[in-house]
Design a protein around this ligand. Sequence first.
Ligand code: ZN
Length: 161
Amino acid sequence: MPFEPNKVVTMNYDLKDADGTIIDSSRERGSLSFLSCTNQVLPKLEEAMSTMLIGTKKNIKLDAADAYGEYNNDALQVVDKSAFPKDAAIEEGIGYISTAENGQQTPFKISKIDGDEITLDFNHPLAGVNLEFEVELLDVRNATEEEKSHGHVHGPNGHNH
Ligand code: ZN
């Protein structure tokens, strides 16, 4: 059972990969608040959290397919070095953002350099990674009318405008 719509859910989390390395954490930024049923967090994570009691912690494991997707070889693209601006730093592992004419931004990274042939990887950085979330559910409350109409959370750790 997912959360009901229009709930503001506040959580602390540590996100680890399969080796137990912490990839992301709310510790430094402060707790994360999100509006339920709006895909602001991974849907499978939200679903697993919906049965938690406030104040409790839970270890939630998500397979890559339930998180950021399996690694997709079709998301690799080989381009010629000349496709990059002359002064661009071209190095394996570096991340870029390409901006299309319509303004849509697509992140990618350089996965391989072979002479003038450069392999770009458009997979999500966490594609193919099984994830483990250590979640502490801090609060669940009803969203205000204003939050509902804006589609995001206001107040501490939410929007500030
Ligand atoms: Zn707002």
